[in-house]
Design a binder for this molecule. Structure first.
Ligand SMILES: [Zn+2]
Length: 288
């Protein structure tokens, strides 16, 4: 199976009251772990790069090639969507040019009229090439790639207007936060989610999926969320497993324990386990 566009997968997910996970990659190990987990569970998956991760890895074209070649070498047969996470206008255009399957244009920090206009433009460019588009209304709390969001709730009227541009999925702020959740976090705002889902048939996206309790995620999915983004949780799992390996002295005491292929293996396995567990949470059905 080669890379596919997201639109049908997510429309089906919303109708079927399940979600498809979107996992951020940072390098070869991350890519192998995410693809391996999806193949193991026999489910579609979305692998995404933030602008920062793509810059770190050497650009969007390299990221796309990395995913394509890894799929080939691992004999991946499940549908995989290559997606740009939180792109600005230039990044979205570049990924459409390079050949991603799907892009998020995040114009939440622009004046609303400009967000709407630019979303329309990106939809036009992407749809001309059969690619999917995600847009964002109402900022998602926390920090991502230097953009700080306060976690405001998406305005229903604005969300309706953005949905009407023909975006394939829509990220709405409903009290969710990027990164780790603070002790005093109030939880997801299901009243606002219901108001949004009642008037918007576009599949909705839940960002900041790391650290939201399973019950809240599943409730949000039952109400119209069809894509859940997970990033921090994989980073924490990778860090904890790598720390354990080093603290247990494997890098110094085992034969060639310092070999990066050995050193990075526990962390890679931890990412794969995290992705598999989230696929189960999201209820993504196996590919027939
Ligand atoms: Zn996000």
């Amino acid at each position: 199976m080669s890379l596919v566009n997201g639109n049908e997968i997510f429309a089906e997910a919303r109708k079927g009251h399940y979600a498809v996970g979107a996992f951020n990659t940072n390098n070869l190990e991350w890519t192998r772990a995410i693809l391996g987990a999806a193949q193991e569970k026999n489910t579609p998956v979305l692998i995404q790069t933030s602008m920062g991760a793509a810059k770190y890895m050497g650009g969007y074209e390299l990221c796309l090639n990395l995913v394509q070649q890894t799929m080939k070498s691992m004999n991946i047969t499940v549908p995989v969507i290559m997606h740009l996470d939180h792109g600005n206008y230039e990044a979205a255009k570049e990924c459409i040019e390079v050949g991603y399957n799907s892009v998020m244009f995040d114009g939440h920090d622009l004046p609303f009229a400009e967000n709407l206009e630019k979303t329309k433009e990106i939809v036009k460019l992407a749809h001309a090439k059969g690619m999917s588009v995600e847009a964002e209304v109402g900022s998602i709390g926390g920090e991502e790639d230097g953009i700080i969001g306060e976690g405001e709730l998406a305005d229903v009227e604005e969300a309706k207007q953005i949905a009407a541009t023909g975006v394939d999925y829509l990220a709405c702020g409903i009290g969710n936060i990027h990164g780790q959740y603070p002790e005093n976090w109030k939880g997801l705002n299901f009243d606002r989610l219901k108001e949004l889902a009642d008037v918007i048939s576009t599949p909705l996206v839940l960002h900041g999926g790391s650290g939201i309790p399973k019950e809240q995620i599943q409730k949000a999915i039952s109400m119209g969320v069809a894509k859940v983004n997970v990033n921090t949780e994989c980073q924490m799992a990778f860090a904890a497993a790598t720390r354990k390996y080093i603290e247990e002295g494997h890098d110094q005491n085992d034969i060639k324990g310092y070999d990066p292929r050995k050193l990075l293996a526990p962390g890679t396995k931890a990412i794969k386990d995290t992705v598999e567990s989230r696929i189960e949470w999201f209820g993504t059905p196996a590919v027939k």
